[in-house]
Ligand binder design. Structure first.
Ligand code: SF4
Length: 221
């Protein structure tokens, strides 16, 4: 990257790729993913450890050009934790202004008040087995609307019951989809599906489709 571009650097990006959205209610849609660099958390099941440090500086113009080249309206901002970079907010707003349909995957540790209201927020609520249970900023509970989704990654039975208690206490009247996702390496989808049915929990079983289509270790999918 030349010195002129460095002057206008906006974001540190780990990778940009075009794939099938594997998560959220946008699952199945061809999507451009922009994975930012850096995350303050270290979840036990993290599948993107390579995003903690690796990345290059990009200008917004470079990012818009790359996104446009893929010919889809769906853009997913993911990480790492995208919200630790202050320039991400203006970048997402500009994408919305350009009529992209933007989703944000965030770990829930940062209050989303600066996120443009047109962006679909997919907010993790970290369970005990993640090792980051106390990281959630409860002010994010104000976003219980149809354009926000709350995701629990369930690693074991304790996580399942902890999540049920959390939903009953804080999200029982939410208009948001509530997603229960089995931790890919710890518990299978059938186990979680049967738990949801048995306990009559009003949540959505959430599978990471890209890991079934490709593999849990492939990058850029
Ligand atoms: S918040 Fe996401 S990127 Fe950060 S450590 Fe946890 S799983 Fe990994």
């Amino acid at each position: 990257m030349d010195s002129l571009n460095q002057m206008y650097t906006m974001l540190k990006i780990n990778e940009i790729f075009y794939s099938i959205q594997g998560e959220s209610t946008y699952a199945g849609l061809p999507t451009v993913f922009v994975r930012t660099t850096g995350c303050p958390l270290r979840c036990t099941y993290c599948d993107t450890k390579y995003s903690y440090e690796e990345g290059d500086d990009y200008t917004s113009e470079q990012l818009f050009a790359e996104i446009k080249s893929h010919g889809t309206k769906y853009v997913c901002i993911t990480g790492g934790e995208p919200l630790i970079q202050k320039n991400i907010y203006a970048f997402m707003k500009k994408l919305c202004d350009l009529d992209y349909i933007v989703s944000l995957e965030t770990s829930g540790q940062i209050f989303c008040d600066k996120v443009d209201s047109r962006v679909k927020k997919v907010i993790d609520i970290k369970t005990p087995a993640s090792g980051a249970k106390d990281s959630f900023d409860e002010r994010n509970l104000k976003y219980q609307d149809v354009n926000t989704e709350f995701k629990f990654v369930i690693c074991n039975e304790d996580d399942f019951y902890w999540s049920n208690d959390f939903v009953a206490k804080h999200l029982s009247n939410a208009h948001s989809p509530i997603l229960y996702s089995p931790s890919f390496d710890n518990h299978d989808e059938k186990w979680l599906a049967e738990k949801i049915l048995l306990k009559k929990i009003k949540v959505r079983l959430h599978l990471q489709q890209h890991k079934y289509i490709w593999s849990s270790t492939d990058r850029g999918v």
